[in-house]
Design a protein around this ligand. Structure first.
Ligand code: SAM
Length: 285
């Protein structure tokens, strides 16, 4: 959908865009094609799109025998899409708040790909919800604020590394990314955008049942970035267990969370869970 068409539709439908819903529509055909290409869509793929807007990206996702489920919160856009795509049974439009829908969805996303230009205000919680779902999609291709893309793909030691990086990288490997300049959108946003591809890990790095503890350690560890991990973690765990684990992992006892790698967080999770289990077993003997 080109810029002139977007303007025409908004005008004839009498739709005034809502800034708080991140309604910046992507009209640059090259960028739209690049996003669809990054998704590497097969003929029979199931695609989840969050925030289809006027369908700028949706039309690039449909094709072959693919099915697209598009979740949109704005009823004016849902109405337009329903009319516009009435003759296309391969598109299912869901009128819902995507975050709520994902939280309440008990099914599996395992065989799905998510391709979305996410609304900036809810991009991070939506991505965490999807990435940490018990059966997450095979691939996520998403346009987000560049700053958020940096936080997602940052390795340890970087100022951008934190809770978002770890919760997502625990399940997905960040892949290729490219910037999309503001004039490619209508209206142009005030921030830079980046499209990033996330590949679900072929071999999970966390065992079954380990994610809640991993998440708790990560959140506690980054609750005060400048503070030593040991001082923060001792709120939940025995200080001797933490100290022994830091030593075993070759980490300085004064280490801060941003210096601890994903792999070391995973090993801390497993070590603390094991120490707790040993402790509980001794108590019941
Ligand atoms: N996909 C379109 C495109 O590329 O031009 C629109 C993308 S626009 C950045 C974000 C879209 O997400 C808007 O249509 C907005 O109404 C919708 N949206 C905002 N918050 C939402 C939410 N919580 N759940 C579902 N859709 C939402």
């Amino acid at each position: 959908m080109k810029l002139a068409q977007i303007r025409h539709i908004l005008d004839t439908e009498g739709i005034r865009l809502t800034k708080s819903l991140g309604q910046n529509f992507l009209h640059d055909q090259n960028q739209l094609a690049r996003i669809a290409q990054a998704a590497d869509l097969g003929d029979t793929d199931s695609v989840l799109e969050i925030g289809p807007g006027l369908g700028c990206l949706t039309s690039h996702l449909l094709g072959g025998h693919r099915t697209v489920m598009a979740i949109e919160t704005d009823n004016r856009l849902v109405e337009f899409l329903t009319r516009h795509y009435a003759s296309n049974p391969q598109l299912q439009i869901v009128h819902a708040d995507a975050l709520r829908y994902l939280r309440e969805h008990s099914g599996s996303w395992q065989d799905w790909k998510c391709v979305s230009n996410l609304p900036y205000s809810v991009a991070s919680p939506i991505l965490v919800e999807l990435a940490t779902h018990p059966s997450p999609p095979a691939r996520i291709v998403t346009t987000v604020q560049t700053e958020v893309a940096e936080r997602i793909r940052s390795p340890h030691g970087s100022g951008d590394y934190g809770i978002l990086s770890l919760l997502i990288q625990a399940h997905f490997e960040p892949g290729e990314s490219f910037k999309i300049p503001p004039p490619c959108f209508f209206p142009p946003p005030n921030v830079d955008s980046t499209c990033i591809t996330l590949h679900r890990r072929k071999n999970p790095i966390l065992g079954p049942g380990e994610f809640p503890t991993f998440s708790k350690i990560v959140k506690r560890g980054f609750s005060q970035r400048r503070k030593m991990m040991i001082k923060l973690l001792k709120a939940d765990w025995n200080i001797e267990w933490i100290s022994a684990l830091l030593d075993e992992l070759g980490l300085d006892p004064k280490v801060r969370a941003e210096q601890v790698s994903l792999d070391q967080f995973v090993r801390m999770t497993q070590g603390l869970m094991q120490a707790k289990q040993n402790h509980d077993e001794r108590r019941t003997i």
